[in-house]
Ligand binder design. Structure first.
Ligand SMILES: O=C(O)C1=C[C@@H](OP(=O)(O)O)[C@@H](O)[C@H](O)C1
Ligand SMILES: C=C(OP(=O)(O)O)C(=O)O
Length: 425
């Protein structure tokens, strides 16, 4: 669905803003899965409410789990494990976390669960997890296509055991198997074989949240083991989404002044924590204190040479900053971004170049030479992070218009209000 275009505001002077960010998408959707499989109810405190997390909540409801809103929190009451009464349909939208984390849960129900999503969702990598689930005992009918849509024929349990997978296309292929594994009869041993798995912090997040819920997890190089056993409910407090801090903190480098994000955890598995050193390398003065994380900009915005494999989801905003920098950038390790919401390497190159930029695609990344940019319509390809990247360009370039702005609601429905609030101080 297309929504109105949005004229991105330019920055009229140095910033002095504090931006309170909603919860982490990645933590919220893991918390929902773990709560659905627990022995007792779970209160999820300060979850993210966005398209991706509402789809996860709704998908779990289809599988017989109760997810009730209590104020801003979610109270999750696991089903009786009998599963849905009849055939059900789950819509994953364009959410990687839903399409990879929910099918293993579906395999544990006694239902016939058809899973589908947006047209682009049908192109995102799924074959490794479909094959792995089959090897672990699931029955899945995908018409031999190896992608969405498919039907999981749940039998009320899944044997589990050892499986080898090529997860170079997405860390979520491993996370999905691990999150449900305490409920597999034999648990799971997942071994990765292939080019490196991206997004290592997201795998650490999976392991940490499983352990916090009482699971026994062992890890080795390209190896993860989860023992069968009960998961605790209780309370899961969600951290602010640090990846969604990128555009706000980065704005201080473009406009000057300072931006603070409160509630920045002292220790976290979120990949967005890498913004502390990435934005410092690009010229920001970064400090972490009781007020949160503050980035000061003094007008310096340097190019960046960095391997972003571990923090791929930060790329669109980093690329936009790089296009405005005073020296070239080379961002590598991110070939897997071709399988994200859109082919992000193509989208970033095409859209920045259409504004007069010089972005070249590399086999595994982007080379960005800053050029004076002009205004124009930026296409967003149903990708929330393309909206965020375009907004960053708009801070410095008059006349940027962002297509279909509401697509940002995939992870940050209040984005435009937060953005104008930041600019107004
Ligand atoms: O597990 C997660 O919550 C995520 C893992 C990463 O996926 P990839 O490993 O596919 O990049 C990341 O990009 C995505 O936004 C969220
Ligand atoms: C890649 C992303 O999302 P998804 O969870 O859909 O993979 C992202 O948020 O940048």
């Amino acid at each position: 669905m297309s929504t109105p275009n949005w004229p991105a505001p330019t920055a009229r002077g140095p910033l002095a803003a504090t931006v309170v960010l909603p919860g982490s998408k990645s933590m919220t959707n893991r918390a929902l899965i773990l709560a659905a499989l627990a022995e007792e109810p779970t209160r999820i405190v300060r979850p993210l409410h966005s398209r991706d997390t509402e789809l996860m909540a709704q998908g779990l409801r289809e599988l017989g789990v109760r997810v009730d809103a209590e104020g801003d929190d979610w109270l999750v009451t696991p089903g009786d494990h009998a599963g849905p009464a009849g055939p059900v349909h789950v819509d994953v939208g364009l959410a990687g976390t839903v399409m990879r984390f929910l099918p293993p849960v579906a395999a544990l129900t006694r239902g016939q669960v058809t899973i589908d999503g947006d047209p682009r969702a049908r192109q995102r990598p799924m074959r490794p997890i479909i094959d792995a689930l089959r090897a672990l005992g699931a029955e899945i009918d995908d018409g031999g296509r190896g992608c969405l849509p498919f039907t999981v024929h749940g039998r009320g349990s899944l044997a589990g055991g050892s499986v080898t997978i090529d997860a170079s296309a997405s860390s979520q292929l491993v996370s999905g198997l691990l999150l449900a594994a305490p409920r597999f009869t034999k648990g799971v041993e997942v071994r990765h074989e292939g080019p490196p798995v991206p997004s290592a912090p997201h795998l650490a997040m999976t392991v940490r949240m499983l352990q916090d819920a009482g699971a026994v997890v062992e890890t080795g190089r390209n190896l993860w083991r989860v023992a069968p056993g009960p998961l605790r409910g209780g309370e899961q407090v969600i951290e602010p989404d640090l990846s969604n801090a990128a555009q706000f903190l980065g704005a201080a480098l473009v406009a000057g002044g300072r931006v603070t994000v409160p509630g920045w955890p002292a220790e976290t598995t979120q990949p967005g924590d890498a913004l502390r050193h990435l934005l410092a390398e690009m010229g920001g003065r970064v400090s972490l204190g009781p007020q949160g994380l503050t980035v000061h900009g003094d007008g310096t915005l340097r190019g960046l040479r960095a391997d972003l494999r571990d923090v791929g989801e930060l790329t669109p905003v980093i690329a936009a900053l790089a296009a405005l920098a005073d020296s070239p950038s080379r961002l590598t390790g991110i070939a897997h971004l071709r399988g994200h919401e859109t082919d992000r390497l193509a989208a970033l190159a095409d859209e920045i170049n259409a504004l007069g930029g010089d972005v070249r695609r590399l086999p595994d990344g982007l080379e960005i030479r800053p050029r004076p940019l002009h205004g124009g319509l930026v296409r967003t390809y149903d990708d929330h992070r393309m909206v965020m990247a375009a907004a960053v360009l708009g801070l410095a370039v008059e006349g940027i218009v962002v297509e279909n702005v509401a697509t940002v609601g995939k992870t940050l429905p209040g984005f435009t209000e937060l953005w104008t609030g930041m600019l107004e101080g």
